[in-house]
Design a binder for this molecule. Structure first.
Ligand code: GRG
Length: 283
């Protein structure tokens, strides 16, 4: 069974504080478990808490600060991306998809609550994400909704999952090119959208700064998948070899950090996240 990328590598104090901020906001956002329909609300909370690394929400907050706004201005977008990500994990684990028994160190949602409920939990998390974005008073709300919609759709998560299903049913189609395409759609698209959404929530207009941050997101996103594959001895690491996958990840992270140069100190959170990924990849 594929495990998630190293669950806990120490974060800086700043990243820990921002993680706590995201967790508190998620706690307030999710319906209480006692509210009917209880089974779905309980299961949504089960999937979101204690959760994973919160990498995407942190990227979102970091991009907001990089464009000169307080990180917490992107808190709704940060929570939304974690809800979207958690939906994708719940559905990815279903018997018709990856058929995984465990997720985030506990039985997968469908194992604990049944397959029908797990489908509904994924749907509910995705729907809640967009509801949250629509009540978000931050600048550029519509652009953020569009950006996440695009990343979740057929060019992003869904498209990547379709390709993944083809690879599972015909393993001979798993060429490096296909696996890169899957990584781009399943992983880098949502990671890059997290960065873009944070910048938009911080008031960024479309233009060179947003493009630079999106480039950072694309490169960090692909690097993230390479590091995950090296850890799991799967996917790209298997076809490229672990050493090559690791050195490509490092190269991508270096390029991503270079894209942050014009933002100076304001890109501190995004640099810390890049350093954190380097530290994980070295383990
Ligand atoms: C909509 C069915 C459906 C699938 C969408 C994105 C996706 C396709 C499925 C998610 C499963 C998966 C293994 C994606 C690859 C990206 C990846 C490495 C996910 C794990 O992310 P982490 O390591 O997880 O950030 P945590 O638990 O830390 O949040």
């Amino acid at each position: 069974m594929m495990t998630s990328l190293i669950a806990s590598h120490p974060k800086t104090q700043r990243l820990e504080r921002l993680t706590a901020l995201v967790n508190d906001a998620l706690e307030r956002t999710l319906p209480k478990a006692a509210l009917p329909p209880q089974v779905v609300h309980e299961a949504m909370r089960y999937c979101v808490f204690p959760g994973g690394k919160r990498f995407r929400p942190l990227l979102c907050l970091g991009a907001c600060e990089a464009v000169g706004a307080p990180a917490r201005q992107a808190l709704s977008a940060a929570c939304a991306v974690e809800l979207i990500h958690t939906y994708s994990l719940v559905h990815d684990d279903l018997p018709a998809m990856d058929n995984a028994d465990e997720r985030r160190g506990q039985p997968a949602c469908h194992r604990k609550f049944g397959e029908g409920n797990a489908i509904l939990v994924g749907d509910a998390l995705l729907t809640l994400a967009f509801e949250l974005l629509s009540r978000n008073g931050a600048p550029n709300s519509l652009a953020i909704i569009r950006r996440f919609g695009h990343a979740c759709g057929t060019v992003g998560l869904i498209g990547g999952q379709v390709l993944d299903l083809q690879v599972i049913s015909q393993p001979r189609t798993s060429t490096e090119r296909t696996l890169r395409d899957i990584a781009q759609r399943k992983t880098a698209a949502l990671i890059s959208a997290s960065v873009a959404a944070g910048a938009l929530a911080g008031g960024a207009a479309s233009g060179p700064p947003l493009k630079r941050l999106e480039r950072y997101g694309q490169e960090i996103g692909l690097a993230f998948q390479l590091v995950d594959d090296v850890h799991d001895v799967e996917g790209l690491a298997r076809v490229m070899g672990a050493d090559q996958a690791r050195s490509e990840a490092k190269r991508l992270i270096t390029r991503a950090v270079r894209a942050l140069e014009p933002f100076g100190k304001r890109a501190g959170i995004l640099r810390q996240l890049a350093d954190w990924l380097v530290a994980i990849s070295a383990r």
